[in-house]
Design a protein around this ligand. Structure first.
Ligand code: TXA
Ligand code: MG
Length: 327
């Protein structure tokens, strides 16, 4: 695929957005499915294209933090500090919504999620458009987020009017979502920006402690999400051998995703090497899941990742990918 975006492509994208159409575009995290955030009819098309329930709010993407006051209100000094530190970048803030923001964006909640992406094409698109672009990840509801343009066309096909191809996303995992709309800041979704980095800005007013895999009130944060169609199980490295032996009794084709060296040679077992380093692992994860999901595998076994903070986002996505039955 050609991933050189021309000025003409960008002009076309801006025109389509103004005309209420859908444009998929790259960000540093994953590809977004964009529509004019000020046009509820256009935003509704996102929900139809994704098969996403109307109660699930979408993130509004902005060119810079100066645009924040047009979309949110009661923006605390803390929110400005976080924006200053991490924007443009993989951080989404949930704030009280400005009065004009439509229920189609917020899913009827009184809050809005906003982010300033750090990607040259997203930035140019936002600059050319001049206002907020509503964009969830450009995948069918509940499925794996796309990390390259080809994934977007596989997921959405002709439901999207234009795909801006910016090649593979550098981070590969969705933004960290921080809820600042209530007294205690809370991470609703872990991402590349860690609780440690956030706390370094929050200072005394730290994030709510405890389990980072908070089950928030966010309708979009279902237990099963980011999920392949093939059954996926997470196993500790020490239990991988018995898990494979057991699976061989019933499964035709087992995909094993692990940084470990292959130790069973069997035509029914297919080894896929995963990086040992969390940033690289996050970068590869969705493309790898998509690849194994397209094969003939009947089971995906993934070895557990470390419990340290730098692995939180990956562990969260694996947990969601392994949850069956509610998608
Ligand atoms: O990295 C990302 O955040 C990507 C790129 C495209 O920017 N976007 C993304 O959007 O992951 P989406 O829609 O797939 O996930 C957004 C999450 C959902 O879980 C949604 O429920 C939550 O953000 N969200 C949106 N608005 C919210 C709000 N007002 N309050 C709480 N959560 C909200
Ligand atoms: Mg998504």
């Amino acid at each position: 695929m050609n991933n050189t975006i021309t000025t003409i492509d960008l002009q076309k994208a801006v025109e389509l957005l103004h005309a209420g159409k859908l444009v998929a575009f790259p960000t540093e995290t994953v590809y977004g499915l964009g529509a004019d955030a000020a046009n509820p009819e256009a935003v509704k098309k996102i929900f139809t294209a994704k098969g996403r329930p109307a109660t699930h709010p979408v993130i509004v993407h902005l060119e810079n933090q100066e645009q924040l006051s047009a979309w949110a209100c009661k923006i605390s000094p803390l929110a400005w500090q976080l924006a200053q530190k991490f924007w443009p970048g993989p951080m989404t803030l949930v704030l009280e919504r400005a009065p004009h923001v439509s229920d189609t964006i917020t899913g009827g909640q009184n809050t809005i999620a906003v982010r300033v992406p750090n990607h040259p094409i997203a930035q140019k698109l936002l600059h050319g458009f001049g206002s907020g672009i509503a964009a969830p990840s450009a995948n069918r509801f509940g499925r794996i987020s796309p990390t390259c343009a080809q994934h977007v066309s596989q997921e959405l096909g002709s439901a999207v009017d234009l795909i801006l191809d910016g090649g593979a996303c550098t981070l590969g995992i969705e933004s960290t979502i921080i809820d600042l709309s209530s007294a205690t800041p809370q991470i609703l979704r872990p991402g590349s920006i860690s609780p440690f980095q956030i706390n370094s800005v929050l200072g005394e007013q730290t994030l709510s402690q405890g389990n980072p895999f908070i089950r928030p009130r966010v309708p979009g944060n279902l237990l099963a999400h980011y999920a392949p169609q093939t059954l996926l199980q997470i196993v500790p490295e020490t239990k991988l051998k018995p898990a494979i032996d057991n699976a061989l009794l019933t499964q035709q084709s087992i995909a094993v995703l692990t940084p470990m060296a292959a130790f069973i040679q069997d035509t029914h077992v297919h080894w896929y090497s995963m990086p040992v380093e969390p940033v690289k692992y996050a970068h590869d994860l969705y493309a790898r899941l998509r690849e194994v999901d397209q094969g003939e595998h009947t089971l995906i076994l993934v070895t557990e990742v470390p419990e340290t903070e730098e692995w939180f986002a990956v562990a969260d996505r694996l947990a969601k990918a392994s949850t069956q039955g509610t998608r």
